[in-house]
Structures are given as C-alpha cells and as structure tokens.
Design a protein around this ligand. Structure first.
Ligand code: DX5
Ligand code: ZN
Length: 212
C-alpha cells in the first residue's frame, strides 16, 4: 500500500508536539519534506482549551521561514486578533463559520480588505446548508478547513461522517481546496485522498511517526 505521507500533502499541527520541543518538531517537519505548518490558536472560550499566541507564529516565521504558516483561529473574537497574527507571519488564516453572525461579518469584512489568504473552518456538527447561507463569501475563498473532530484537543478519534461531508461539499462548492483537520492517521489519510482532499492536518500521528 502506498504511504500517503509520500503522495498527499501532510500539514503537521505543532500543537500536537511536545511543547518543550517545538524546535525539534519543526526540524522534523522540514526533514519530512512538509511545506506547511498548522498553528492551532485556542482562546479558552471558542473552544475549551488554550494553546499559544502570535509570539509562537513569529518565532516559527523567524527560524523556519520555508514552512508556510497556516493559522487556525479557534477564538471567539478573531476580529480583535487577526492583525497580530498577520504581523507575526501568518500566511493563511482560517476563521470558524460558527462565530456569532455579527463577529463573523465584521471579521470577513476586515479580512477582505487585507492582503492575506483566508478561508473558513467548519465544525463537524455544522451543516453544509450553513455554508450556503454565506455562499457569496465562500465563493470568494479558495480553501476550506473541514474539521473531522470537535476542535480543542489533539489526539481525538476521527469522525467517520466526515467522508460523506466531503462528498457533499464537493457537490456544492467544487472550487474549494479541502483540508481535513483532526484525528487523521495513515488509514484515514488514504481514504481522504481518494475522495479528493488536497491536504490533511496531522498532529499526534505525525509526531508519533517522525523522530523529534
Ligand atoms: C483540533 C485542532 C487540530 C489538531 C490536530 O482542535 O484543530 O489541528 O491539533 O491534531 P490530531 O491530528 O492529533 O487530531
Ligand atoms: Zn487545527
């Protein structure tokens, strides 16, 4: 069986690495020929966990400039924070479609006036119809981060319904490049690739596999 690590784009999630060894983890990502790094930002409100902030993004940008930095904002008020992440070197931002409508609107308006690449992140329980509600905005983005676990923690079990959701998404929004996030091991990665995912975020399974 082909190793999906060789044929599908794997984006390691730094949050799943040993926090005292982030530098070694980033070196391991580079050694594994990863082109991108996924940075999970959690504020303890939008999700029940706290991770790290813009200073970590800045340090990654400084020491590992070749790794494309995609920042997954799991925060309640991204409109107050996203500029700090752009200044720190974020190259793509994902904001959650589940934000309060007025916050979502303000954030989208601000992001559209920035020169940053951005897209929506979508939780497992959010229906694809919700995306239809924001169809014009979705059509103006190229990337979508589809959650395959409930956000907040790494090392969770992949939610099998994700496979069906990918098919549905591809029907309604064929232009989107899909990145799937959460609970992905080689087995899931292979199936996700067959369904046409462009890339997958891999946290725990990646750092278990590579020597850090
Ligand atoms: C979950 C995060 C994921 C997670 C990935 O809230 O968005 O990026 O850290 O880690 P694993 O692959 O361990 O689920
Ligand atoms: Zn993530």
């Amino acid at each position: 069986m082909t190793d999906p690590l060789e044929t599908l784009e794997i984006i390691p999630s730094l949050f799943a690495a040993d926090p005292l060894r982030y530098c070694e983890a980033l070196k391991a990502a580079e050694r594994s020929k990863c082109r991108r790094i996924h940075l999970d930002i959690m504020d303890g409100h939008f999700v029940p966990n706290i991770s790290f902030g813009a200073s970590v993004v800045a340090a990654v940008a400084k020491e590992f400039p070749r790794l494309f930095r995609e920042v997954h904002l799991m925060v309640q008020n991204p409109q107050q924070h996203f500029e700090a992440f752009i200044k720190s070197g974020a190259q793509r931002l994902f904001i959650h479609i589940e934000l309060a409508p007025e916050v979502l609107e303000e954030t989208v308006r601000c992001l559209q006036s920035e020169a940053v690449d951005w897209g929506f992140a979508v939780n497992p329980e959010t229906s694809i119809e919700t995306l239809q509600t924001y169809r014009d905005w979705v059509l103006n983005t190229q990337h979508l981060l589809l959650m395959s676990v409930h956000p907040g923690f790494c090392g969770q079990t992949f939610i099998e319904e994700t496979y069906e959701r990918i098919k549905e998404l591809r029907t309604h929004f064929p232009h989107l490049k899909l990145c799937i996030d959460g609970g992905i091991r080689n087995r899931e990665a292979q199936r996700l690739q067959a369904l046409g995912s462009e890339s997958v975020v891999m946290g725990s399974a990646f750092f278990k596999k590579v020597s850090v």
